[in-house]
Design a protein around this ligand. Structure first.
Ligand SMILES: *Cc1c(COP(=O)(O)O)cnc(C)c1O
Length: 465
């Protein structure tokens, strides 16, 4: 496994800046008022009150001059837009999937796919859950089953492929419910909820064999495919001289269908798609798309956005792009590691995850330490992050009780091509300061709890000791 910094020279961006967007500087009193007004939920802040926005890398990337040029080539015909054909050609050329249905974003694709493949009482194994993915599986009557390796749930473990599947867990599930109640295995590349951790080509190849034996499909959540490919290139024996594009093609070839949130890897502000190789499934997906998304040749996207997406797919697979992208995340991770701040190891592909449980030892999980840390970080420096812990995990649909995940994390997500190394320095300084004064941070309780995906719109208040 190669270590950072790569080779003997620093990573640096393979682009230069030709347009800037000014950001507002706020003072501590303004930020304390803003986060209180937002109910201590960073999702409810106004973005203009945020200095460095690390809430998400979703739709927040900087498009290239070529992508912006693509916007001018929109063919906004209701049916059969030229841009749809450009998009579907790009998907087939780079990912190998024969059929593409555009959707308004990733969850649109998840909705269609879950409705098509899941029957009530089915079980859907996955290498860890993702919020919208699991919810659509549950809404379709399915039960999500986590089959990721145990190492993925241990933030200190440095396993190079924490997105790998544990075949003992899969075998146990088949023994319990039978292969015919498992329509597909859902595989995320660079598993978001594990900290942006990759699955190896070897593990996925073994999964293909296992699924063929049991006649089970593999659905690929390909939102962060390029980042996963980079880790394979850097860490997996025999892969070091292969290009990101070659590895990406191989991964997709091992899977049957895919959902994509185009707001991540391919760097557009909105969009997504469902892709697959089976013609009958495609036909059914088109019928559902017409009901829920839009005609099957635009599915909720403007023609111009499909053009920018097609260009973004190509750019996302350039070796120099992904080296700088993951390199910037590693840079922030290294700064925090050197200061002794507990973060998820190894640093992931899109984000640095703070281990809020280890940082705020005085706050019990029922008082949502990660939510409290995210609020405190904003108040300290205007840096916006996101909770990934008990609030995001929600309640168990059967018992109604809080699900208490092993990991209680704050995600510092780096948008693609947006911030500089100096911004990363400011973020690290603020986190280190909070770490040294952690005892001042108080736990939180809900004052308003939405029924579903409560982390988006929930409101909180501090618990006075
Ligand atoms: C963002 C994301 C989704 C959902 O995509 P949206 O475009 O936000 O609807 C699904 N899976 C993963 C892993 C994601 O990161």
């Amino acid at each position: 496994m190669k270590s950072y910094p790569f080779e003997r020279r620093s990573w640096a961006e393979p682009y230069k800046i030709k347009m800037v967007e000014p950001i507002k500087m706020t003072d501590p009193a303004e930020r304390r008022a803003a986060i209180a007004e937002a109910g201590y939920n960073t999702f409810l802040l106004r973005s203009e009150d945020v200095y460095i926005d690390l809430l998400t890398d979703s739709g927040t990337g900087a498009m290239s001059d070529r992508q912006w040029a693509g916007l001018m080539m929109g063919d906004e015909a209701y049916a059969g837009s030229r841009n749809f054909h450009t998009l579907r050609d790009a998907v087939e050329r780079h990912y190998g999937y024969r059929y593409t249905v555009p959707t308004h974003q990733g969850r649109g694709a998840e909705h269609l796919l879950s409705k098509l493949l899941i029957q009530s009482g089915d079980h859907i194994p996955g290498n860890m859950y993702f919020t919208t993915t699991r919810l659509h599986q549950e809404l379709a009557g399915g039960v999500f089953v986590d089959v990721v390796i145990d190492e993925a749930h241990d933030p200190a473990n440095t396993h190079p492929f924490k997105g790998n599947v544990d075949f003992d867990k899969l075998d146990a599930l088949v023994a319990e419910v039978g292969a015919d109640r498992i329509p597909y295995v859902c595989i995320a590349t660079c598993v978001n909820m594990a900290g942006g951790q990759p699955i190896s080509l070897q593990n996925l190849t073994a999964l293909r064999r296992w699924c063929d034996q049991h006649r089970i499909m593999i659905v690929h959540d390909m939102t962060r495919l390029a980042e996963n490919c980079y880790f394979i290139q850097q860490r997996e024996p025999g892969q070091e001289s292969r290009s990101i594009a070659e590895i990406a093609y191989d991964i997709c070839k091992l899977t049957d269908a895919a959902t994509m949130s185009a707001k991540k890897d391919p760097m557009v502000n909105i969009g997504g798609f469902l892709a697959m190789n089976d013609e009958q499934l495609y036909d059914k997906a088109c019928n559902l798309a017409v009901i829920y998304e839009g005609l099957h040749t635009y599915g909720g996207m403007a023609g111009r956005d499909m053009e920018a997406l097609a260009i973004g797919i190509t750019e996302s697979l350039h070796d120099n792009h992904i080296k700088a992208r993951v390199g910037q995340v590693a840079y922030l991770g290294d700064l925090l590691n050197r200061s002794g701040v507990p973060i998820v190891q190894p640093t992931g592909g899109h984000a640095v995850f703070l281990n809020a449980r280890a940082i705020l030892r005085h706050i019990p999980q029922e008082h949502y330490p990660a939510q409290a840390l995210a609020a405190a970080l904003y108040a300290d420096s205007g840096v916006r992050s996101m909770e990934r812990g008990a609030v995001s995990a929600g309640r168990d649909p059967k018992t109604g009780r809080d699900r208490m995940p092993k990991m209680e994390l704050v995600r510092l997500t780096i948008p693609r091509r947006v911030y500089t190394q100096a911004h990363m320095d400011v973020v690290a300084e603020s986190v280190v300061d909070l770490y040294h004064h952690a005892e001042k941070i108080k736990g939180l309780r809900f004052t308003y709890e939405p029924e579903m995906l409560r982390f988006f719109r929930g409101r909180f208040e501090p618990i006075e000791p």
